[in-house]
Design a protein around this ligand. Structure first.
Ligand SMILES: Cc1cc2nc3c(=O)[nH]c(=O)nc-3n(C[C@H](O)[C@H](O)[C@H](O)COP(=O)(O)OP(=O)(O)OC[C@H]3O[C@@H](n4cnc5c(N)ncnc54)[C@H](O)[C@@H]3O)c2cc1C
Ligand code: SF4
Ligand code: SF4
Ligand code: FES
Length: 647
């Protein structure tokens, strides 16, 4: 049942919420814009102001009336309160024996969000799926959401850039609100969407709204819907965009785009963040914090000293296809709610509705996206390391070290999964599990930079931070009774090693295993003693090749594809590949030439990772997150994007 309330009683509403202990956040004027900030009373609201918007343009203007909610949306969205631009994730205390990592909690008051638009409520629901719908639930986000009170407002006037109607997110507020209001002149028509909202409404001096008043409110929303000039044709949009990745319009946008990342920071759904370690002010204290990141930044896609998205064209393509296409495969919804912020706040006025429509209308055949994956929920948020003591350190080559760690209690990884290893004030890096069992686990790491150098320099007795195990494993059980061919390049043998060991334990299940291993030089061969043992096993054949031999080397010389002879590569076999991407590309081409079906091939991918739990966006690979959907992928599932610039 709707109620009506004079707008002057907004002051009572704010006072009630503040009295209940909420920090009330709502629209207010600052720096010539309507932003969201703490409200102390209704006097802070933007009474009588509106916003005029266009591509690359935002202007505050006076209205002829004294509406409190007579604007559309400004540069802020609610995401800055539920997912702050910068926040501490972990506190690190360096004890005398071992560092301790503990979750940094949010002990602040509950938030009352006043003036949430329909599109913004849809954006919050999208971020709920990102932060709370995967295998791990982000603890800080969940606490804020559970404590948050939402006072939503229906839109009765559309801005020039609004297109929520075509995204099915507005202008009428739907979904998870506590109170919903429609502003009609000097009055508000309200209804409650939750017990908390009903309880709040009962304490306000409202009175029942007659049917005619409720009808007027509904008519105002419908007028707003009809007046919305901007549209985006969403029919089959994800498949049409994915079918037109080579559209020349991308270069046209790249020629105008400044790659400033404004679009991602104003967007209410963009969730990418980076994680960095900080040193504490006091001795013995350090921390780990996250801060918003943008797919337009170079570091977002940096790996192996190169960038997977090396130019503005590929970064814009990532942005557009993520928002409007691959997001649907990741979260079952579009990543755009039609708020228009990215158009208004783009300094050169790039308009996503125009660009997406142009590109989607290209001549490419639609490419369907995979269905959304579901995950078994796991305990904790996966972001807080546990201590793991180094039991042994073995030098494998001049730059590769094998660390044997004491496994945390109950730790049971699967072959091909990975951990995040960290040291205080240095950061954490993804590392495949190269062995596990009997209370220990192993990591074989090549020292290439800051973190791996520090890890490689550890001595017995040192303690590292460990998060994991993460990711999808090799499907080893599918290989029972079949030929299994493992193709590795360089350090790529590490993620395969525990699977090889399992086949050594169970030779009857795996009677035909073949390892094809290529490395730079004889000195770069890892696990050399273990390799000799494997070669002697009756069920297993190992072939090694090096790029450059030396006087002591009488074996194969050349790249790993040279080992891929027909007799080593039966069509019915199962193939696991791991190594540098360029090596895997050549190996895949050779497997294709040998007639091996793509469904029989699995490969382990690497991408830039920060969270490892599917929420920081760093490891995106088209519709997939390498950390939770991979790192092991079946080739046919990624064949359309593997090796393509931009992914
Ligand atoms: C799922 C997964 C499993 C991995 N398993 C292993 C493993 O078993 N053994 C191993 O030695 N390495 C592994 N890596 C690579 C390892 O994570 C990187 O070498 C490490 O992150 C580099 O960090 P750094 O601080 O030492 O180097 P940085 O200072 O960050 O960088 C030094 C160099 O390494 C490159 N680099 C940075 N991050 C990565 C990355 N994620 N992958 C590859 N290169 C990177 C940089 O571009 C730069 O050229 C794995 C990566 C992933 C994603
Ligand atoms: S992509 Fe643009 S229009 Fe869509 S939700 Fe983000 S900021 Fe709003
Ligand atoms: S990758 Fe997606 S979520 Fe991350 S900044 Fe880009 S568009 Fe936003
Ligand atoms: S989403 Fe954060 S590393 Fe995969």
């Amino acid at each position: 049942m709707a109620e009506r309330l004079n707008s002057e009683h907004l002051d009572d509403l704010i006072a009630l919420m503040r009295g209940d202990g909420y920090r009330v956040i709502g629209p207010t004027i600052r720096d010539e814009a309507i932003v969201y900030d703490e409200l102390r009373s209704a006097a802070d609201l933007p009474w009588g102001f509106t916003d005029q918007q266009g591509p690359g343009r935002y202007r505050l203007q006076r209205r002829p009336d004294r509406a409190a909610f007579g604007y559309v949306v400004g540069p802020h969205s609610w995401k800055r309160f539920l997912f702050p631009p910068r926040e501490q994730l972990v506190r690190i205390r360096r004890g005398s024996d071992s560092p301790q990592w503990t979750a940094a909690t949010d002990d602040g008051p509950g938030l009352a969000l006043l003036g949430v638009r329909a599109c913004e409520l849809a954006a919050i629901a999208i971020q709920d799926r990102v932060f709370m719908g995967g295998p791990f639930v982000d603890g800080r986000y969940r606490v804020r959401r559970e404590r948050c009170l939402i006072i939503a407002v229906n839109c009765t006037e559309a801005g020039e850039l609004c297109f929520c109607d075509s995204m099915d997110t507005g202008p009428e507020v739907q979904g998870d609100y506590d109170l919903r209001m429609t502003e009609l002149g000097t009055e508000l028509v309200l209804d409650a969407g939750s017990a908390r909202g009903r309880e709040l409404l009962e304490r306000l001096p409202s009175r029942p709204a007659e049917d005619s008043v409720a009808d007027r409110a509904q008519a105002a929303i419908e007028r707003c819907r009809r007046s919305m000039g901007r549209r985006l044709d969403t029919r089959d949009l994800p498949a049409r965009l994915m079918g037109n990745l080579d559209h020349p319009r991308y270069q046209d946008v790249a020629d105008r785009c400044l790659a400033c990342g404004n679009c991602t920071s104003v967007c209410p759904t963009c969730f990418c963040f980076t994680i960095s370690d900080t040193s504490g002010v006091t001795d013995g204290e350090a921390g780990r914090e996250r801060s918003w990141d943008s797919c337009f930044g170079a570091e977002h896609s940096t790996i192996h000293g190169a960038q997977f998205r090396p130019d503005v064209r590929s970064r814009y393509q990532q942005w557009l296809t993520h928002k409007l296409a691959t997001w649907t495969a990741q979260f079952g919804t579009s990543g755009c709610v039609g708020c228009g912020r990215c158009i208004a706040w783009c300094p050169v006025g790039i308009d996503l509705t125009v660009e997406a429509s142009t590109i989607a209308a290209g001549a490419g055949d639609p490419v369907p996206l995979p269905p959304v994956q579901s995950y078994a929920p796991r305990a904790g948020d996966g972001l807080v390391p546990v201590p793991a003591r180094v039991l042994e350190v073995h030098r494998e080559t001049h730059d590769v070290v094998n660390l044997v760690l004491q496994a945390p209690a109950g730790y049971a990884p699967e072959h091909g999964q990975f951990n995040m290893l960290s040291l205080p004030a240095i950061g954490d890096v993804p590392m495949s599990i190269s062995g596990s069992g009997d209370g220990v686990l192993e990591h074989t790491l090549r020292s290439v930079g800051n973190a791996t150098r520090a890890l490689a320099g550890l001595r017995e007795g040192a303690v590292v931070g460990l998060r994991g195990p993460f990711g999808k494993p090799w499907p080893l059980e599918q290989a029972v009774g079949r030929h299994l061919v493992l193709i590795a390049g360089g350090i790529g043998l590490a993620p395969l090693r525990s699977a090889v060991r399992e086949t050594v334990q169970r030779p009857k299940d795996f009677p035909n295993v073949r390892i094809l291993y290529g490395t730079r030089s004889p000195d770069d061969i890892i696990y050399d003693r273990e390799l000799l043992g494997w070669i002697q096993a009756s069920h297993l054949r190992a072939h090694v090749t090096v790029d450059r031999g030396d006087r002591s080397w009488s074996g194969n010389i050349g790249v790993v594809t040279k080992l891929m002879r027909r007799k080593h590569t039966p069509r019915s076999g199962l193939y696991f590949l791991c190594g540098p991407e360029i090596m895997m590309r050549y190996a895949l081409a050779e497997l294709d030439r040998l007639g091996i079906p793509a469904e029989h091939i699995y490969l382990s991918l690497e991408r830039n990772m920060k969270c490892a739990v599917g929420i920081c966006g760093r490891c995106q690979y088209g519709p997939h997150f390498v950390c939770k959907d991979g790192p092991v992928f079946r080739y046919d599932q990624i064949a359309s994007i593997f090796g393509k610039v931009g992914f």
